[in-house]
Design a protein around this ligand. Structure first.
Ligand code: NDP
Length: 499
């Protein structure tokens, strides 16, 4: 039924376009009749594709859907975007304080209830023919698909930068085993330990402030003798903390460890050229970001730092391609401004489509889609049994482990803002449904009511330095320990092996 209506809407669109004017870009671009012919040949062309599942992309999708424009959203490899990485957001309108994941969860819920098609896929290629954007996308399983769209809203954010020094990452590096770029994600693992933050910008100051509340000593390593941070009040506050030490004119040149975790770093004094070793267990990088614009280098104009240059409102140098959020904003990088840009991009895309002669699909179709989405959500909720139990205290953990005597207990140690953890959650749920005789539990490292060290001590295992970590426990002892993501099949094999 929905499909038939959609076809009808597209036919109407095609008919309307036949008599339509040239586009708003001065007549050199799309002609209504050309678009009509194209749509006749290929009714699968989308009016708009939103690329990015962060706050900018989801807001854009919401505004498009409110205007009855069907919306396909590519969620990318980091659903929820940068905001989902923050454990405490205090500047989102109307919310006193909430984890970023909670805010993004409700935004995504709203968008899917409004009828968006959200694909867990990433863009791999984008070009524009005379009239239409050609997108190639790939999902997590590696399946590729081609999509065509009349307009795109690009909201793919920016990636944090890396130092590129020995020991930082790679097969012998300590990425995820002491080296991190997210204090709020991993800071809880470094309670009462010595850590270092690299960078002198506002992010470094925020990271240092967060870590100072957990770690024994925080070294802030700045490569020049001046800080780049603008928030002087926060800088003064962090400088005054007794467990924070600033070192200026220094560069981290190597990360060392014991094969398992970080133990020290080598720090070069840029003036004297002396290298000193500092004993630390955690190294947090806060050295700026690179916008995710590699795929757009040949298509749109970028600035010297790779950010998309906006020509008019949110429109890029290519007509019909709009940008929103950190990908076109080197300065503000706030959730609220990203959201506002998403809204503007959607309204401008709507106007662009109207100039092409686009007729939004009937409200009834949106209602049907929304109802379908709601049905799906309710179905999920009903099926969502209590297969994976959240551990809430050390006593609770003890109870779960003792009830599982002679039975295998699998504990998923996770962080709410860790993307691999989020991706593994449905895998764990699915496997839990498969193995009724195995006890599944999960432990949030940021839950302050249970100490991760106390839990590790209770099951007589070594420190847990990375999330997600999966512990397979039998008779109170860890019989298998796995770090990182794995497929449902591999997970099931590990259970078969140990049960
Ligand atoms: P910035 O680009 O502002 O700062 C990056 C810092 O890292 C600089 O001190 C830079 O040094 C240093 N750096 C870069 N590369 C290296 C390297 N290879 N080795 C050592 N140090 C390096 O990035 P931020 O992420 O801090 O901030 C980005 C934007 O977001 C800024 O505009 C900032 O104001 C804003 N922001 C605002 C916040 C707020 O609450 N208002 C919070 C966080 C960010 P150098 O100065 O020498 O280049």
């Amino acid at each position: 039924m929905v499909a038939k209506r959609l076809l009808f809407a597209w036919s109407l669109f095609s008919l309307f376009l036949t008599g339509c004017h040239s586009d708003k870009n001065g007549g050199t671009g799309t002609k209504g009749s050309d678009v009509a012919a194209l749509l006749k040949q290929n009714p699968a062309v989308k009016p708009v594709v939103v690329i990015g599942g962060g706050v900018a992309g989801l807001t854009a999708a919401n505004y498009l859907l409110q205007a009855n424009i069907p919306c396909l959203l590519l969620e990318g490899s980091k659903p929820g975007g940068a905001l989902a990485q923050s454990d405490s957001v205090r500047n989102w309108p109307g919310v006193f304080e909430a984890p970023g994941l909670t805010i993004m969860g409700s935004l995504k819920d709203q968008v899917s209830r409004n009828g968006a098609t959200i694909l867990p896929a990433s863009l791999t290629e984008i070009t524009k023919d005379q009239h239409v954007f050609n997108l190639r996308i790939r999902d997590d399983a590696g399946n590729e698909q081609k999509i065509q769209a009349l307009t795109c809203i690009v909201a793919m954010g920016a990636e944090p930068n890396y130092l590129g020094i020995p020991g930082e990452s790679g097969p012998n590096g300590y990425w995820g085993r002491g080296v991190s770029n997210c204090a709020v994600c991993d800071g809880a693992l470094f309670k009462d330990k010595n850590v270092a933050v690299v960078g002198g910008g506002d992010s470094a100051i925020l990271e240092a402030a967060y870590l100072a509340g957990l770690a024994k000593q925080v070294h802030v390593l700045v490569r020049r003798d001046v800080l780049r941070a603008h928030d002087t009040r926060k800088v003064a506050m962090v400088q005054a903390l007794p467990n924070v030490k600033f070192m200026r004119d220094v560069a981290v040149v190597a990360v060392h460890g014991d094969g398992q975790v970080v133990t020290s770093i080598d720090v070069l004094n840029n003036k004297t050229k002396a290298v000193t070793s500092i004993d630390i267990e955690g190294l947090f990088l806060a050295i700026g970001a690179t916008p995710n614009t590699k795929l757009f280098a040949r298509l749109v104009e970028l600035d010297a730092f790779g950010y998309i240059i906006l020509r008019k409102g949110q429109e890029s140098s290519v007509s019909g391609l709009f940008a929103a959020g950190d990908i076109c904003d080197p300065l503000t990088k706030q959730a609220v401004t990203s959201s506002a840009m998403g809204c503007k991009a959607a309204l401008e895309a709507k106007e662009y489509l109207e100039h092409l002669g686009y007729i939004p699909v009937a409200q009834v179709q949106q209602d049907e889609k929304g109802a379908d989405a709601r049905k799906e959500l309710n179905k999920e909720k009903k099926e969502d049994g209590d297969g994976v139990v959240e551990i809430t205290s050390i006593e609770h953990a003890q109870k779960i482990l003792s009830s599982g005597e002679r039975k295998l207990v699998v504990v998923d140690v996770y962080g709410t803002f860790c993307m691999p953890c989020q991706k593994m959650a449905p895998v764990v749920e699915a496997v839990a449904k498969q193995y009724k005789n195995v006890q599944f539990a999960k432990l949030n490292i940021a839950d302050r009511s249970i100490s991760i060290d106390a839990f590790a001590h209770m099951i007589n295992t070594t420190e847990i330095m990375q999330v997600p970590t999966f512990l397979f426990i039998k008779n109170g002892k860890v019989v298998e320990r796995r770090i990182g993501m794995m497929s449902q099949e591999v997970f099931a094999k590990l259970i078969d092996k140990n049960k």
